[in-house]
Design a protein around this ligand. Structure first.
Ligand SMILES: NC(=O)c1ccc[n+]([C@@H]2O[C@H](COP(=O)([O-])OP(=O)(O)OC[C@H]3O[C@@H](n4cnc5c(N)ncnc54)[C@H](O)[C@@H]3O)[C@@H](O)[C@H]2O)c1
Length: 240
């Protein structure tokens, strides 16, 4: 039996990750500020992942139930649209606290449990936004670059203990943030046309395609892969 913690499991990509891991036979702990459905033998914990005390309590619950962890998949994240000049300090801090800070907190409390697991691995959700600047989202792009730096640092710290740490960097995903942005539009067609143009494969990713990459990185099949970013971007980063 393998046990996985998935953060952001109520979201578009996080829910797909949870489904993929469950289908592979993992027992799941879903962490999100929103309520999530859960199988009877699994755990769903509602908590603010930017709150250090709440994350500590959540991992105490995981330890009491499972006493081990084989995979930690950090998917939770927020977006915030604002130019630097107009951004409130609190908004900048919140993006950093959730998008990067929660990965520090879950690793800090998850590592002792991962040490009890078999072929343990951490997968952090990065983004092509950490590599391609976007003028309206300075906090988001900075946080996503930091996700990768944190991934490399942690991979160095825990490699000697046999714990692998990698990141997945999606392009545009037809779920979650993207759907939230499309909801505010009268006509989503121009966004889908822009996605066809942006990706070599001519479309957005399905959330399941991102989930499958996380599942592979967390699995023993990726046993010699650590400190890497796997771009699941339909070739966006290779487009001129
Ligand atoms: N949708 C995309 O196109 C896309 C592209 C690249 C990367 N990503 C990344 O994928 C991840 C998931 O994005 P998504 O599109 O599924 O968005 P989403 O909004 O559907 O999911 C994010 C989840 O995180 C949870 N969350 C946010 N703040 C939280 C907090 N403080 N405490 C607990 N839970 C919290 C939300 O409740 C939500 O369920 C994010 O890290 C995002 O940066 C998304």
């Amino acid at each position: 039996m393998r046990v996985a913690v998935v953060t952001g499991a109520a979201g578009g990509i996080g829910a797909a990750v949870a489904r993929a891991f469950a289908a592979e036979g993992y027992r799941l702990v879903r962490l999100d500020r929103e309520e999530t459905d859960s199988a009877p033998d699994d755990l769903a914990i509602a908590c603010d992942l930017a709150d250090p005390g709440a994350v500590a309590v959540a991992f105490e619950t995981v330890a009491a139930r499972f006493a081990r962890l084989d995979a930690l998949v950090n998917v939770a994240g927020i977006n915030h649209r604002s130019p630097v000049k107009e951004m409130a300090v609190a908004d900048w801090d919140r993006v950093m606290d959730i998008n990067v800070g929660h990965m520090f907190l879950t690793a800090k409390h998850g590592l002792p449990l991962l040490a009890q697991g078999e072929a343990p691995a951490i997968v952090n959700m990065a983004s092509i936004s950490g590599h391609v600047a976007s003028p309206d989202y300075p906090a988001y792009v900075t946080s996503k670059a930091a996700v990768e730096s944190f991934t490399w640092a942690l991979a160095q710290e825990v490699g000697g203990r046999g714990i692998r740490v990698n990141a997945v960097a999606p392009g545009w995903v037809d779920a979650g943030f993207t759907h939230a942005a499309l909801d505010g539009l009268d006509d989503p067609a121009p966004i889908y046309a822009a996605a066809r143009e942006a990706h070599l494969l001519g479309r957005m990713a399905k959330p399941e395609e991102v989930a499958d990459a996380a599942l592979w990185l967390a699995s023993p099949a990726a046993s010699f892969v650590t400190g890497q970013t796997l771009f699941v971007d339909g070739g966006l980063m290779r487009k001129h």
